[in-house]
Ligand binder design. Sequence first.
Ligand code: FE2
Ligand code: FE2
Length: 279
Amino acid sequence: MATTKAVSAFPVRRQDFEFGEVPRYWVNGDAFMTHVFNGMSALFPDGERFFVASVRAVREAVNDPQLQKDIGAFIGQEAMHAKEHEKFNRGAVDNGYNLEALEGWTRKFLSVADLPGLSNKKVRLAATVALEHFTGILSAQLLRRDDIVESIDESMRNLWMWHCVEENEHKAVAFDTYKIVYGEGALNYAIRMGTMMLATLLIMVAIHAFVAELLRQDGKLFSGKEWRSGLTQLWGRTGMFKQIIPEFFDYFKPGFHPWDHDTEFLLKRYRKRMGFQSH
Ligand SMILES: [Fe+2]
Ligand SMILES: [Fe+2]
């Protein structure tokens, strides 16, 4: 009987942010890093709807009541993220940026999943698992890096902290769904690894291309100073991407599970800071 009363392991929090007074360079007062975050925001609405659709497409094959509840909460969280980032992206026009064009590029990147041979439920779910690993480790990195969190302007900080908390709360849902629906035989493991390599290539190309396009909109595309300082902040010794490389590669270990990276202490700290309930 207890299983029929399962509740999701994490809640869906309704949010309605106001983005009235966002400075032009709202991360570190720095064009490059602001555009890394603007670029990620341009990826989210369609990316997260893709994640939701790919999990929903196989949901009826999941007969674990706890995972069913968690899938419901995962869908709720991702839908809310897509809505809030879409609202921010529309507002970015006020600062003179066209993020809608970048959302169009995102749809083109995602259309790789429509190619013959890739267009099936398993590959789409595997791509979601891969990208959820990426968002999970990147958001944990942000929550761990007070210097980066504090460099985000107050007008935007709560949006990102909320999103990072929830990415960590639901980081294993797509992964567990894939395992339950398809199992982890050699072929399904290989599909998961192959889609991770393709997804990583696409997301890295996307983020750097989006930064380049936004720097172009700023008239700074050929500024060596911007690129040197920005690439150091991403890929230097303490770079935001450089530091997640070991966790990224953990994905390729047979037997890996997202909760092998224990981020519960970060969740506790940030739920308290944000005044969130754990449920
Ligand atoms: Fe999300
Ligand atoms: Fe997510």
